[in-house]
Design a protein around this ligand. Structure first.
Ligand SMILES: [Zn+2]
Length: 317
């Protein structure tokens, strides 16, 4: 099925499907993640892509519309929406849907629900959307002088940009958008929260002015681990460093993080957990205290209830 066929008809009846979005390899890890560690007192690890100037490529990501237009040329539609500069080589209806129906809508919803601290509007995030893998690969080489580090897209923290292979769906952009917004609002967010929330909204729907994560393809791996008795503890997940998260069982770690965030969302406490965690990070560097406080019970009891809840979740491709 092509991505176009996946798109919903109504702009605001938003459902963002996403083709399987793997944990990614080492290259992806080096680019996409925001600087953070979950261990108290550690120096923040900043994982960044250093853009190398390449023949015909950009060493600096454009932050003005005129610069973006001149870099991308006539094949790309370009516009600005608030802090977002968006270039895309899509057909006009797809581009308008992406900018107004997905980006603008989701950014407002995420800021209103979670990201109320960061000076998002003062930081320009440059977004490059490519209609298919071929133009994505060519564009990354031409504009950035790099090869794709993921078939889907990534967020470049140091220069604040998002690249998306739109063949994988608008959910890819929402995933990276969540990273871009959280990087300003909660730069110390540990990886379970950063990837958990980004993965939650990679497949979501609009409910009023908020977004709600839907079940997705990450569930079966989580169910399998639970059924086989190999699902490790939530306390371990919450304390993971980015290196640990990506070193072993990476895609399962994504599933654990996503479905823990989804559980908190379904209980109606995810925004409060997020804000409490963010605001008390120096006292509670894993977020365990925020979860326990908002749910009124220790993490061990939260985990028992979460495991039961997982058995009632359902997803079919
Ligand atoms: Zn991510």
């Amino acid at each position: 099925m092509t991505q176009k066929q996946c798109l919903p008809i109504l702009l605001l009846a938003v459902l963002f499907p996403l083709a399987p979005y793997p944990g990614g390899g080492a290259g992806r890890a080096a680019e996409e993640y925001s600087p953070s560690r979950s261990g108290a007192g550690d120096e923040a690890t900043t994982l960044r892509l250093t853009l190398q100037g390449a023949p015909g490529g950009a060493a600096t990501v454009p932050k003005r519309l005129s610069e973006l237009q001149s870099l991308t040329g006539p094949d790309f539609l370009c516009t600005r929406r608030g802090p977002f500069l968006v270039a895309g080589n899509l057909q006009l209806p797809d581009y308008e849907y992406l900018v107004d129906g997905v980006l603008d809508y989701c950014a407002k919803a995420l800021v209103a629900t979670f990201f109320d601290r960061g000076p998002v509007a003062e930081k320009t995030v440059s977004i490059f959307v490519f209609r298919d893998y071929d133009t994505y690969e060519t564009g990354l080489r031409r504009f950035f002088g790099v090869d794709p580090i993921s078939p889907y897209g990534h967020y470049g923290h140091s220069q604040k940009y998002i690249v998306v292979n739109y063949e994988t769906g608008p959910g890819t952009m929402v995933h990276e958008l969540t990273h871009a917004l959280m990087a300003e609002d909660f730069p110390d967010a540990p990886i379970w929260l950063a990837e958990g929330m980004a993965s939650l909204y990679e497949h979501c729907r609009a409910e009023g002015s908020a977004l709600r994560g839907d079940d997705n393809w990450r569930l079966p791996e989580l169910r399998r681990a639970l059924d086989e008795g190999t699902l490790e503890s939530l306390a371990g997940l919450l304390a993971m460093t980015p290196e640990e998260f990506r070193a072993r069982n990476e895609s399962l770690n994504y599933a654990r993080a996503r479905y823990f965030c989804k559980y908190l969302e379904e209980l109606g406490v995810l925004p409060r957990v997020y804000r409490r965690f963010r605001d008390r990070y120096s006292l509670d560097p894993t977020g365990e205290g925020a979860v326990a406080a908002e749910l009124g019970k220790p993490l061990s009891a939260v985990e028992a209830a979460w495991r039961r809840w997982i058995t009632f979740q359902y997803w079919r491709e």
